[in-house]
Write a protein that binds this ligand. Structure first.
Ligand code: AKG
Length: 327
């Protein structure tokens, strides 16, 4: 593959901030609108009858704070394009909207990704949205859960299955919906630490993937991955990163999408992994929102009563791949 300056920088440093790629009104606001619609549905279903009308008139943040206190089982599932990891049911819900499809296939994003992965690109099913309230409003149990609280130190290749860990060139595209700063919980990383390759991980208290010996990273020099709305942050699959607590009084909202070089395993089989750009293929199989949705429905049907996907934590037999033996 030809190298260019973006690719060189990403492979050299492990991260990249690309400025002014997206337009808030056109590319991002529709997703927030769809999230608010999901909240409205949850309010109608779970709020006390006498409160429904009042709560439906709240704004986005007040609605989210309200529903986050309703003890809805696996609330994050409703805002994420993924199947529940275990016990998939016929009516398992997930966030698959036209707006998110538009983001995954956004031309400006793919133009950046093409500079990293080349011209044959697939959407990778490892993707999240994260709605983070001020940490002081979070229930204690969620403070380190990654989707609504801080994200622990990890490498993204660690959440792929073994074939994916070995064979997949994947890039993470992190997208802020709110200006993201040190104060409201931006990601942090250590420059060039991706060059260590895949390291040993352990399982956190809620099954989160966490780098082994991650305490050692706390004292290293950190890069603060702050970003404005419209910017993208790209991460190398071996970049070690985490996110800070949201110590502001406002929400911090983001999405992280992933793409891989076509023809390689997604690392999350049997979830949808499909071409979003190709120079070689005249016609891409999945060209619109409904086709994409039907891929997710088919994946769900195949997994009813079972787990959706599995990956073993990278834990090599000896401790040569422990961070503590490498720094
Ligand atoms: O946004 C966050 O809190 C963390 C995101 C992250 O770790 C990722 O996208 O891999």
């Amino acid at each position: 593959m030809m190298t260019n300056s973006l690719q060189k920088k990403l492979y050299e440093n492990g991260y990249l901030v690309v400025k002014n790629v997206l337009n808030f009104r056109r590319d991002l606001k529709p997703i927030l609108n769809d999230m608010e619609f999901v909240m409205d549905c949850l309010i109608q279903k779970y709020a006390k009858k006498r409160e429904v009308k009042k709560v439906l008139n709240f704004d986005f943040k007040k609605k989210y704070s309200y529903i986050s206190k309703l003890n809805i089982n696996d609330l994050d599932q409703y805002f994420n394009t993924r199947l529940p990891r275990d016990h998939v049911k016929k009516d398992s819900d997930y966030f698959a909207t036209q707006s998110l499809w538009n983001l995954i296939t956004n031309k400006n994003i793919l133009d950046v990704v093409e500079k990293i992965l080349g011209k044959e690109i697939m959407s990778n099913p490892v993707q999240n949205t994260r709605i983070k309230q001020p940490e002081k409003k979070l229930p204690k149990g969620s403070i380190h859960d990654g989707l609504s609280g801080r994200t622990p130190w990890h490498q993204d290749a660690a959440v792929l299955n073994t074939r994916g860990q070995k064979l997949t060139d994947m890039v993470t595209v992190w997208i802020p919906f709110t200006k993201t700063t040190k104060k409201n919980g931006c990601m942090i990383t250590v420059k060039e630490i991706n060059k260590m390759g895949l390291l040993n991980h352990v399982s956190g208290y809620r099954g989160q993937v966490e780098l082994k010996n991650s305490k050692l990273l706390d004292d290293m020099d950190h890069i603060y991955l702050e970003a404005n709305v419209g910017d993208l942050i790209l991460l190398h699959k071996h970049s070690i990163h985490c996110s800070l607590p949201n110590r502001s009084n406002d929400f911090r909202i983001s999405a992280d999408l992933r793409y891989n070089v076509a023809g390689q395993p997604s690392g999350r089989e049997p979830l949808p992994n499909f071409y979003v750009r190709s120079k070689n293929k005249k016609n891409l199989k999945v060209q619109n929102f409904k086709q994409w949705l039907s891929l997710w429905e088919k994946a769900k049907d195949r997994r009813i009563g079972k787990y959706a996907f599995k990956y073993p934590l990278p834990t090599y037999k000896n401790n040569k791949r422990d961070l503590s033996n490498l720094v």
